[in-house]
Design a protein around this ligand. Structure first.
Ligand code: CDP
Length: 225
């Protein structure tokens, strides 16, 4: 079967990663969480005391940052490593989420990560999720999916996910964070989140994980046919 690139873009916390992982597993593809890369850079800035609003300072530390993904044998998932340290858990805190969209507005950061992402997808057989995968990273991706859900549903899912993993937070804080990120991500100058005509829309407010997987697998079948 022809190996393709599947780009999944969409709003914050709408389950892009879940769908991307399901598809990658079913197809034997690589899954790449591009948001984790923006989060890892943000974590590095927070750890080193660099102001995420200071574009020049941020750009100057990019050469010090090494980002890798590596399989976690315990969970079977691919974890993100920042400068040789597994930071998969640390990048998911609300502290990182509160600054990440600010960092992701910086063109130097985007250029740096887009180049890495393009290299990771060069052999195809990749599912990558993010905000600009179908528009900037892989504009010629064979299948582009735009995911969304109502803000309340998204906030409740993310709140549950964080609580289940032991992160102390409140629904209201999660809701405020995702609204704020959607606003910044959709309105920034460089590579804003936008749905163009070549995306297939998937609103999963009222459908199950299994249903969304089946819809997407049908799109894959149509694409590789
Ligand atoms: O998991 P969630 O949908 O909440 O977010 P994420 O995919 O982890 O992405 C975190 C943030 O990184 C987003 O809110 C964007 O600001 C930024 N991002 C981006 O600008 N471009 C991407 N391709 C992926 C993420």
């Amino acid at each position: 079967m022809k190996r393709i690139i599947i780009a999944i873009d969409g709003h914050s916390s709408c389950g892009k990663g879940t769908l991307a992982r399901q598809l990658a597993l079913a197809l034997g593809y690589k899954f790449i969480d591009s948001g984790a890369m923006y989060r890892a850079i943000t974590l590095h800035l927070l750890n080193t005391g660099i102001n995420p609003d200071d574009e020049q300072a941020v750009a100057s530390v990019l050469p010090d940052i090494i980002i890798d993904f590596s399989a976690n044998i315990e969970t079977g998932r691919s974890d993100i490593w920042l400068n040789h340290k597994n930071v998969e858990k640390q990048i998911r805190t609300l502290k990182v989420a509160d600054s990440v969209s600010q960092v992701a507005r910086i063109s130097a950061v985007r250029r740096y990560l887009v180049a890495l992402q393009q290299k990771m997808g060069e052999e195809k057989g990749v599912v990558m999720d993010g905000r600009d995968i179908g528009t900037v990273v892989f504009p010629s991706a064979e299948l582009k999916i735009f995911m969304t859900a109502s803000p309340e549903v998204r906030a409740m899912r993310r709140f549950k996910e964080l609580s289940d993993s032991g992160v102390v937070t409140s629904y209201d804080d999660v809701f405020a964070n995702l609204k704020q990120r959607d606003l910044i991500d959709s309105n920034r100058k460089d590579s804003p989140l936008t749905m163009t005509g070549d995306y297939k829309l998937l609103d999963n407010s009222t459908i199950s994980k299994q249903e969304q997987f089946e819809i997407a697998m049908n799109w894959v079948a149509e694409t590789v046919r």
